[in-house]
Unconditional design. Structure first.
Length: 343
C-alpha cells in the first residue's frame, strides 16, 4: 500500500513538475504583461498541472475519473477565473494608486527640500543685514541723524520682510496639514477686487506699473472667505507687479460664465517659460532667473510661497487656478463656483 502511494506521488510529480515549470517560464517571459494576465495565468497553471497529473497517474487513459476531474476543474475555473479577473483589476488599481502616492511623496519631499533651501537663504540674508545695521548703530559707527534714520528704515524693511515670510510659512503649513478653516459666506467679488486693487495701488505706483480694473455692473457672488479671497488676489497682483518691468501694465478683470466666476490678472512682463508652467504653483518654486521676483521699493522678494498659498486657498474654495502666456506677458486665472441668483 505504501509503495503504491509512493509510486503515485512520484508519477504525479513527474507529470505536474514540467507543467508548473513551463508555467513559471511563461510568467517570466510575460513579466511585462499586465497584472490581470498574470493573475489569470497563476490560476490556470495549478489547474492545468492538476489535470495533467491525474491524467498521467491514470495511465494516460480517458477514464471516468478523468472526466470527473475535468468537470470539477471546469467548475472551479468558473469560480476562480472571474475572481482572478476581479482581483487582478483591484490589485492593478491599487498598484497604480500606490505608485501615484509614492510619486506624490517624492514630489512633496523634493518641494520641502527646496523650501528649506530657499527659506534658509532668504532668512539668513535679512538677518545678516539687520545684525550689521544694528551693530553699526550700537557701536556709534553711524552718528549722522540722516544716516541713523536711513539705517533704521532699512532695519524696518528687513523686519517687515521677515514677518511676511513667517506669515507665509505659517499659512503654507496650515494648508499642507489640512488645518485650514475658512468662514464661508456669500461674497460679491467686485468688493474684493476693489479692496485689493486699492490696497496694492501704492505698491504698483512705486514700481511704475499701471493697474487697470474691469468689473461687471451686476454682482458676481461666490461662497467664500473674504480674507482668503483677498489674499488670493493680493498674491496674484503682487506677483504680477514683481514680474512686470517699469512702465508696464496689469489688467485685473472680473466676470462670470457657465455657472462660474472668474478673475484674470494679466501682466505685460516677461512671460512664463513653458518648463515653468507645470511647476509655477509648487511651494518655493521660482523657475528661471527671468521669473525670479525682484525687489519692490527696496523690499526684497519673499520666499516664493505666494502662488502656492493662492492655489491652496483656491482649492479650499473648490475652485481652480491656472497660469498661461499671452502674446505679451502672462495670465493667472482663478475660477470659482458661482452662487446662483436668488440662492
Amino acid at each position: 500500500m505504501n509503495s503504491e502511494i509512493v509510486r503515485i506521488l512520484l508519477l504525479a510529480l513527474a507529470w505536474t513538475a514540467p507543467v508548473v515549470l513551463a508555467g513559471g517560464l511563461l510568467l517570466v517571459a510575460m513579466r511585462r504583461a499586465s497584472l490581470l494576465i498574470s493573475m489569470v495565468l497563476m490560476v490556470l497553471i495549478p489547474m492545468a498541472a492538476t489535470f495533467v497529473g491525474v491524467f498521467g497517474v491514470s495511465g494516460m487513459m480517458f477514464t471516468g475519473d478523468i472526466w470527473r476531474t475535468a468537470a470539477v476543474l471546469a467548475a472551479v475555473a468558473l469560480v476562480t477565473l472571474p475572481a482572478a479577473l476581479w482581483l487582478g483589476r483591484f490589485q492593478a488599481r491599487r498598484t497604480v494608486w500606490e505608485r501615484h502616492m509614492r510619486e506624490q511623496e517624492r514630489a512633496a519631499e523634493h518641494s520641502r527640500r527646496e523650501l528649506i533651501a530657499w527659506v534658509s537663504h532668504d532668512l539668513r540674508t535679512p538677518l545678516a543685514d539687520i545684525k550689521a545695521l544694528a551693530e553699526a548703530l550700537s557701536d556709534h559707527v553711524v552718528t549722522d541723524p540722516g544716516e541713523v534714520a536711513s539705517f533704521a528704515t532699512q532695519i524696518d524693511r528687513h523686519t517687515v520682510r521677515l514677518a511676511r515670510m513667517v506669515d507665509d510659512l505659517f499659512e503654507m503649513a496650515r494648508i499642507n496639514a489640512g488645518a485650514l478653516t475658512l468662514d464661508m459666506e456669500a461674497i460679491d467679488l467686485r468688493e474684493v477686487v476693489d479692496e485689493v486693487t486699492s490696497a496694492t495701488s501704492t505698491l504698483a505706483q512705486r514700481a511704475d506699473v499701471a493697474v487697470h480694473v474691469t468689473c461687471p455692473d451686476v454682482a458676481v457672488t461666490v461662497n467664500g472667505s473674504a480674507s482668503a479671497l483677498s489674499r488670493i488676489l493680493t498674491n496674484l497682483i503682487v506677483n504680477a507687479v514683481a514680474h512686470t518691468p517699469s512702465g508696464g501694465a496689469i489688467d485685473v478683470a472680473l466676470g462670470s460664465s457657465h455657472g462660474a466666476a472668474w478673475i484674470r490678472v494679466d501682466d505685460t512682463g516677461v512671460g512664463i517659460p513653458e518648463n515653468d508652467l507645470e511647476r509655477i504653483f509648487e511651494t518655493s518654486y521660482r523657475g528661471s532667473p527671468s521669473r525670479t521676483p525682484s525687489a519692490i521699493d527696496g523690499v526684497p522678494a519673499g520666499a516664493g510661497l505666494g502662488l502656492a498659498i493662492a492655489q491652496g486657498l483656491v482649492d479650499a474654495h473648490s475652485g481652480s487656478i491656472v497660469a498661461s502666456n499671452l502674446d505679451s506677458g502672462s495670465r493667472f486665472e482663478v475660477t470659482l463656483p458661482l452662487v446662483p441668483a436668488g440662492a
